[in-house]
Design a protein around this ligand. Structure first.
Ligand SMILES: NC(=O)c1ccc[n+]([C@@H]2O[C@H](COP(=O)([O-])OP(=O)(O)OC[C@H]3O[C@@H](n4cnc5c(N)ncnc54)[C@H](O)[C@@H]3O)[C@@H](O)[C@H]2O)c1
Length: 335
């Protein structure tokens, strides 16, 4: 029988690509998304339209905070796997609108872990973020590092969801994998993210805001590598009391839950990233230099050895190649 996957945030950037991969592999997929207007709703509609072309795809428009809608659609669909990618994302927006994050990320995730318990889900995969490493100074970031230094409210809500998931996994033995994503970019990406805004503004001759003179590093991860990593994890279900098979395993000793980084394992200087964009677009950016933004971290860098040990994960896309692929899509989509 075909496996049924329930995916939240299916009209979002990562959720769309993940849903598409599972559909291509023959899974039956049900998506749930609020279709909120945090960024251009047309983009979310276009992604949804593509998913709706698959006969094995069905969809519920709904808010995670509404437990009835969520549970009704789960009850009807009866999935064995949930991938939870709906969230209020973005560091900067969380400074002005913290309550949205509390509702979407904490209440929303609570409803998901409660549903995973109730519907006896075989594997729940939850999207978290590299931002939980906050002001940590030891690079690259490893899953077993202490993460008590969040400096944005967004990051704090992400870390909270990891803790909520741990408690539920311990209480109810719900098998959970938490994935910490490192700056994901690519076709169908998020218009609120820097690379997307830079592209738009360079093309239209408007200035781009560059914080800290571009002296910031990010571990940019191409979307296809993220999708590969998630897909490979489908049947790597964390088990309670299994002897830690892997070196530096983050598997909990009291619950079937494991945290995994998923990144490109290379840190790129923001100003190099911008130079590559300019070169590929054949146009110079008008740069406005601004001080470091509140809540932003100077650097992120993933150690993904644990994910590699478990799944054979190997990121394939170098950032220059990834930028080209993003720009190809962008120029096509907006022209
Ligand atoms: N893109 C990145 O670089 C990145 C980095 C780290 C972590 N993440 C995490 O990955 C996940 C997916 O992010 P993304 O980049 O695809 O973002 P996205 O904003 O494109 O996708 C999220 C989707 O969830 C939906 N949504 C938001 N709140 C909802 C709610 N309360 N109920 C129902 N639907 C809701 C939105 O409409 C959106 O379509 C999120 O958990 C995000 O925090 C992303």
């Amino acid at each position: 029988m075909k496996t049924k996957l329930f995916i939240t945030g299916s009209s979002g950037f990562i959720g769309f690509h993940v849903a598409k991969r599972y559909l291509d592999k023959g899974y039956i997929v049900h998506g749930l998304d609020s279709m909120n207007n945090f960024y251009d709703i047309k983009l979310k509609k276009s992604r949804l339209k593509i998913l709706k072309r698959y006969k094995n795809f069905s969809f519920t428009k709904g808010n995670l905070e509404n437990q009835t809608i969520l549970n009704n659609s789960l009850n009807k669909f009866k999935p064995s796997l949930i991938i939870h990618l709906a969230a209020q994302a973005g560091v900067r927006y969380s400074i002005k609108n913290p309550k949205v994050y509390l509702n979407s990320n904490i209440t929303g995730t609570f409803h998901i872990i409660e549903a995973a318990r109730k519907f006896k889900i075989k594997h729940l995969i939850i999207g978290s973020s590299s931002s939980v490493y906050g002001a940590n100074k030891k690079f690259p970031f490893r899953e077993i590092d202490k993460t008590d230094n969040q400096i944005s409210f967004y990051a704090a809500t992400k870390k909270s969801t990891e803790n909520l998931a741990h408690s539920y996994s311990s209480l109810w033995k719900t098998p959970i994998t938490v994935l910490r994503f490192f700056t994901v970019y690519g076709p169908w990406g998020r218009p609120d993210m820097a690379y997307f805004k830079f592209t738009k503004n360079i093309l239209s001759g408007r200035k781009i805001d560059i914080y800290n003179k571009g002296k910031m590093y990010r571990d940019y991860t191409y979307i296809d590598d993220i999708v590969d990593g998630i897909f490979k994890l489908t049947n790597k279900i964390p088990k309670l009391n299994s002897l830690k098979k892997y070196k530096n395993d983050s598997l909990s000793h009291v619950a079937p839950i494991r945290i995994l980084n998923i990144g490109n394992t290379e840190k790129i200087l923001l100003s190099d990233f911008i130079n590559t964009l300019e070169k590929e677009l054949g146009k110079k950016a008008i740069k406005k230099f601004l001080p470091m933004q509140k809540g932003d971290v100077y650097s992120t860098l993933s150690d993904t050895k644990l994910l590699t040990r478990i799944t054979g994960y190997k990121p394939k896309t170098k950032y220059k190649e990834g930028i080209k692929k993003f720009l190809n899509w962008y120029l096509n989509y907006y022209n």
